[in-house]
Design a binder for this molecule. Sequence first.
Ligand code: ADP
Ligand code: MG
Length: 147
Amino acid sequence: MEKISMTTHSAEETQRFGRELANTLVPGTLLCLRGDLGAGKTTLVQGILEGLGAERPFVSPTFVLMKQYELPQASATGIKRIYHADAYRVGAKDFVELGFAEWCADQHGLVILEWPERIAEILPKKRIILSITALSENDREIKVVTK
Ligand code: ADP
Ligand code: MG
């Protein structure tokens, strides 16, 4: 399979990619974002949130674990709410208690998860995985992970 990847050269470009990606997502999707601290996962999510018309403030869920956005207008994608979660500081057990399975079962929802590796044992098989790698201070490779 050909490599599915792109490189962005600024945070703004990553956000723009997120806005474009947002239009291609369907309700019921779990979008996993891999990448080290500072790779640009939250930056990409900000673009997705904007693309789907979520209301600011867009907060990083590193400390709140999950921030839920009810979209004021259902987007053309059919997505009505977004669960932006970050498993960096916790484990699978915490996510089970928070209701991770319910978020994923929401047929009108989009779940975006940073640090999916942390809760690998409870991740549904049906998911999209992107990985972001810092190539330099402002260059980031964004890849679709196919295995
Ligand atoms: P993560 O959520 O992966 O820990 P953040 O999105 O919070 O990362 O932080 C990424 C940092 O890298 C931000 O300070 C952002 O401005 C910076 N940055 C520089 N270049 C890029 C780029 N091409 N794409 C995304 N972020 C970038
Ligand atoms: Mg983050």
